[in-house]
Design a protein around this ligand. Structure first.
Ligand code: PLP
Length: 433
């Protein structure tokens, strides 16, 4: 008789675990109605934060993450573009980006005319390796996009030390780290600037949305200007001071953001508590291990929770085969977007995909000699191919017994590892985005 669900045996998890997503109730309904009935559907003309939902959301979210200023924007991609401009990235500059992240961390630099340079990740927790980042710095490097991958804060001590020594600006991509803290300070408020995404799957969803956070008054004013077609606070409405786009968030998104933010502290606590319980359980099973949590991470608000699969200690089956068996048992796991970005067609085929001029890879401002087809980040490659397993944050929003069910599924596969069929699983299955 088959034991494993993948071979027709009984499934470990038969009822949904965690929470459906997004979570919402009458608070969202009421807030949206307030916007509707107010007739103020955009933020543009209301600089007093108290007068608009977006303004209130900026103040409240910045406060939650310990930042002085928040500039709400249309999504997390343009938030990075806005932040890069606000710290002075210009055409022809180089921007260092970790190899494993969502594509926006690397395409945002391109949108501001800069050249992304990929570097390897720290195998302990999949965030950018500060040593690899330093080794990639050239006279043209202007910024590092430090992605809090999955929600795990980067080593901000090492990165800010690098910034002090070299002047290269740390732009924190906190699209996954709502609620996380490094040494008691919220992500996005640790370095000069940080950006968030409020896309529908994120821990704080507004459908689409993003925010730029900073403690620096001058950077905040520049970000404000870049998100508002070059306007400057207090100046006439039709006076525009820098060439810039319209990145503003709508009042509808601001309303949903405020409502969602009211739940985020409690949800962050539940997720973290469950994750720590799961981590402890994984440590007791040969062949799986949680990623490293630095003791300086004082709060861990994650979007994707990673653990490591170690084939040698797990009966020699491949990570792909393990994922197939895990999904069959009812645990939706995947590889997320750990595949190194230089494999993605936009970079792998850059010579065809970057248009007639090849800008910004070919540009008149520098002699950058980049070819993404020659890049190789061995840790990122190995982690994507053999090791990473990704679970969505929403699986962690239920009772602790859900974690027991996940552990039970893994233990069961471990106990019957000889039955696991080797075979292909689609990369990115169970992806969170
Ligand atoms: C690491 C990272 N950065 C940036 C973004 C872009 O955010 P958005 O989808 O809101 O544009 C995402 C989106 O998932 C992301 O995962």
């Amino acid at each position: 008789m088959a034991h494993l669900a993948i071979n027709g045996g009984p499934k470990t998890i038969t009822e949904p675990i965690g929470s459906a997503w997004p979570v919402w109730d009458d608070t969202e309904r009421r807030m949206l109605m307030e916007v509707l009935e107010s007739g103020k559907w955009w933020r543009g003309g209301y600089d007093d934060p108290a007068q608009s939902k977006v303004g209130q959301f900026e103040t409240a979210f910045a406060h939650f993450q310990d930042a002085k200023h928040g500039v709400a924007v249309a999504n997390g991609t343009v938030a990075i573009e806005c932040a890069l401009k606000a710290v002075g990235v210009e055409a022809g500059d180089e921007v260092i980006v970790p190899a494993s992240t969502f594509v926006a961390s690397a395409t945002a630099p391109i949108q501001v005319g800069a050249v992304p340079i990929f570097v390897d990740i720290d195998p302990r927790n999949y965030t950018i390796d500060p040593v690899a980042a330093e080794a990639a710095i050239t006279s043209r490097t202007r910024a590092i996009v430090a992605v809090d991958y999955g929600g795990m804060p980067c080593d901000m001590d090492a990165l800010l030390d690098l910034q002090r020594r070299t002047g290269v600006q740390i732009v924190s991509d906190c699209a996954h780290s709502h609620g996380s803290q490094w040494k008691g300070v919220g992500t996005g408020a640790i370095g000069p600037i940080g950006t968030f995404s409020f896309q529908a799957f994120k821990q704080l969803p507004t459908g689409e949305g993003g925010m730029v956070l900073t403690n620096d008054d001058a950077i905040a004013e520049r970000a404000y200007s870049y998100h508002h077609i070059g306007r400057i606070r207090g100046r006439p409405f039709y006076e525009h001071h820098v060439p810039a786009s319209n990145l503003r968030m709508t009042e509808w998104q601001g309303a949903i953001g405020l409502a969602q933010l009211s739940r985020l502290p409690e949800q962050t606590k539940i997720r973290e508590r469950n994750a720590m319980y799961l981590a402890k359980g994984l440590e007791e099973i040969d062949g799986v291990a949680p990623i490293f949590r630095d003791p300086r991470v004082t709060r861990w608000g994650f979007y994707m929770w990673h653990f490591k699969f170690q084939s040698d200690a797990f009966g020699g089956i491949s990570r792909r085969a393990f994922l197939r068996a895990l999904n069959a048992e009812g645990v939706q796991g995947g590889t997320g977007h750990t595949e190194p970005l230089y494999h993605n067609p936009v970079f792998a085929n850059w010579q065809e995909n970057f248009g007639r001029t090849g800008f910004p890879i070919r540009n008149p401002y520098s002699d950058t000699d980049v070819d993404y087809r020659r890049m190789e980040c061995p840790e990122a490659e190995r982690i994507y191919r053999d090791e990473a397993v990704v679970l969505s944050h929403r699986l962690f929003l239920g009772p602790q017994s859900d974690m027991d069910r996940i552990l039970e599924a893994i233990r069961k596969i471990r106990a019957h590892v000889d039955e696991v069929p080797q075979g292909e699983v689609t990369a990115g299955a169970g992806r969170s985005r």
